[in-house]
Each structure stands twice: as C-alpha cells, then as structure tokens.
Design a protein. Structure first.
Length: 415
C-alpha cells in the first residue's frame, strides 16, 4: 500500500532536491514562472447548463488569473510560495456576477517538492468549501503547518472518500514539457516521483472503486439473498394460497356441475312429462273453447229468434188488448144501461100494476140486451129498451174476458 501523505522515500534518500534546479523543477529557491492546469472537477452539484472554471492567485497581489481546462494559468512562484485555486460554476447566458463558488484548494510549493518531487502532474486533490484566503497570511502563527496538513489531507484522502468534491491539477515550471521526459535521464530522475505519486494515486483510486464495486456487489448479493429468501417465503405463501383457492374453485365447480345436471334432469322431465301434459290440456282447452263458441253462437241465434217472436207477439198482443178494451167499453155501457132500465121498469110496475110482474120486466130487459149484443151494439126497436138485453130464447155468446159462469148465471136469470 502507498502512503501519499509521507512523500517518496527515494526522493528523500537520494537528495535530488539540489539537482532538480538544473532540470526545471521547483525545488530550488529561485522564483520562476509556472503553469497551472485544471483537468477535471468531479462530485460538484451542478446543472446541465453550468460549466466550471477556476481563478488562481499567488497571494502576493489582489489579482486572480482565470484558469480552465483549455486555458492554463501562468503565475510566478518560488519554493516558499503558496498558490490557490477557487472553482466557480457559470450558468450559460447568465452574467458573471451570478457565478457561484463551489470549492478551493491551496498548494504550498515546498510541500509539493517534498511529497511529489519536481511538480504536480494530473493529480487529484480534495476541494475545501470556499472561504476567505486571510488565514494563509505568513503573519499568522502556525499557518504553515496548518497549510501543510490541509495539503496532505487533500492529496491522501481522495481514495478514501470517492464521492467528495475533488479537482485534478498539473503544476509545472513553464519550460517543462512532459512529452520530453522520456528523452532525458536527468528529466526522468527529476520527475520520477511526480509521475509515481500520480500513478500511485490513480491506482489507489481505482482500487477503491473496485472495492466499492465489490462491496456494492456483495451488498447487492446479500440484499438479493434476503430478497430471494423473502421471495421464497412469499412464493410458498402464494402457492399455499393458490392451492386453497384451487381447492375452493374445484369444489364450487363440482357443485356447479351437480346443479347443472339437476337442471338438465328437471328440463328433461319437463320436456317429456309436463310439456306433454300441458299440450293435452291446451288441446282440451281449445276443444272446450270451440264448443263454447258454438253454443254461444246458437244462444245468440236463439235470442235473436226470441226477440223477433217477442216483437211479433207483442204486436198481436197489442191488437188483442185493443179489442178487449173495446169489448170492456161495450160491456160497461151495457151495464150502465141495465142499471138505468131496471129501476124505471120497477117503478112503472108499482104505479099501474097492469103491465105484469117485476120478473117479466127483467126478463124482457135481458132479452133486449142480448139482442143488442148480437147486433154489435146497435139498438133494436122492441119495447123501448133499445136492444141492450139479449134474447132469452138464445144462449148467451161467450165474450173474451168475461167468465163463463157469469154468462150461465145470466141465462138462468132470464129463464
């Protein structure tokens, strides 16, 4: 394992600091122009429309130099210099005053030479939360040791916190070209530790990613196993429930089949027995209906004949009734005539006594009344009774409406 915070043992043992001054390293005490490049900023919360850039300073003036991936910053630094980079996010289309700072890192050149050799080459560092640079002033007590501790933590802790905000930097003398390091033995010796620190850090980061992936896979397997176990339990419960449902369904299906068979039997019985009986009753009802209709027609016809007979009989009865009324009128008149004639005859007998007895007078009156009846009501000229009484020598005719016993009594009176 590598401990990046303790530096390279080969660098400390071989005393390369004195020789790096002639090969373009930062180890000598002279002030030189250096180039600061940003290769990437990770794990910073940003929107798709935001891009990052940096502002670099050497703390010797109030000016800051912009630095991006495409435009490195050129500043002047010596062995005791401190270079700082603050990272900003700029939203496309927004004014620069709306840019927001998301982190910063401070690089002491002496600690770079102690830990990384002749410079920094594509090495990752933690991004601290943005703060005021006032704590980096040399007049503050212990500021150098605090700065050194922060730098070591920023270098060594990247592989331990993979998801923390970080930045990848390169810091080299302006005259150094990394593409020519393989051409010179002195360059290879001068920047060996620089490349070694960079590769070691990338190795640790890759190893940390693999460990995280392995742990995640293990956790996923454990969760999958737990899920599988819970799924197995759930599957068993579902299978048990399915068996119960299947059994209940089969029981209901059997019950339904029995009901269907019973209904089929009832339908067959209805079709064979009850339907035939219904048809017989239907035919019998139709026969009775035909007979009743025939009888009804006969009765209607009879009623029509009776009504006709009643009409005819009524006319005849009316004529007969009119005839009887006329006869009653005649008899009433005859009776009145008799009533008038009898007292008159009785008085004449008492007055003169010469004409005969009362009996002979009654007989004569009766004879005359019968004569009038036979003459149709026309009076006769016999003895002054106007023919109202019948002839005593002839039997009385039977008059309709007059009881025969009365006729016989009249005949006996006349005789």
């Amino acid at each position: 394992t590598w401990d990046l915070s303790s530096g390279s043992s080969s660098l400390q043992a071989s005393g390369l600091k004195g020789r790096m001054g002639s090969t373009g390293s930062l180890a000598d005490d002279t002030t030189k122009e250096v180039v600061l490049s940003i290769h990437g900023v990770h794990n910073v919360q940003r929107s798709p429309n935001e891009s990052h850039y940096g502002m670099a300073t050497d703390h010797t003036s109030n000016t800051e130099v912009p630095v991006t991936s495409a435009r490195p910053a050129r500043v002047t630094a010596g062995l005791h210099s401190v270079l700082s980079v603050r990272i900003y996010l700029h939203e496309r289309g927004a004014p620069s005053s709306a840019d927001r700072a998301v982190g910063q890192v401070s690089i002491p050149v002496q600690e770079v030479c102690d830990l990384c050799g002749g410079g920094i080459y594509q090495t990752w560092f933690f991004l601290e939360p943005p703060s005021d640079y006032g704590t980096l002033q040399p007049n503050q007590l212990g500021w150098r040791s605090q700065l050194s501790d922060k730098f070591k933590r920023a270098l060594a802790g990247v592989s331990q916190q993979l998801h923390a905000p970080r930045i990848c930097l390169t810091l080299l003398e302006a005259t150094v070209d990394p593409d020519e390091w393989a051409l010179s033995r002195e360059a290879r010796l001068a920047f060996f530790d620089t490349l070694l620190i960079s590769h070691a850090e990338h190795l640790l980061i890759a190893h940390a990613y693999f460990e995280a992936a392995r742990a995640s896979a293990s956790e996923n397997r454990r969760r999958n196993a737990e899920n599988s176990q819970s799924e197995l339990v759930e599957i068993e419960e579902l299978e048990t429930e399915l068996d119960l449902i299947t059994e209940e369904a089969n029981r209901r299906i059997e019950k339904g089949n029995e009901s269907i068979l019973d209904l089929k039997a009832q339908l067959q019985k209805t079709r064979d027995v009850e339907l035939a009986q219904v048809w017989r009753e239907h035919r019998e009802a139709e026969r009775r209906l035909s007979e009743m209709q025939a009888k009804n027609a006969e009765i209607v016809e009879m009623l029509a004949g009776v009504n006709d007979e009643r009409h005819e009989g009524g006319a005849a009865a009316g004529e007969e009734l009119e005839k009887l009324r006329k006869e009653v009128v005649v008899l009433t008149d005859q009776k009145a005539a008799l009533g008038k004639m009898v007292p008159k005859d009785r008085g004449s007998v008492q007055e003169d006594g010469a004409a005969g007895s009362f009996r002979s007078l009654v007989r004569g009156a009766a004879v005359r009344a019968l004569a009038d009846i036979r003459a149709g009501g026309k009076p006769t000229d016999a003895g002054g009774d106007n023919g109202l009484l019948p002839d005593a020598t002839e039997p009385l005719p039977r008059v309709r409406g007059v009881p025969h016993v009365h006729v016989q009594a009249a005949q006996r009176a006349m005789s």
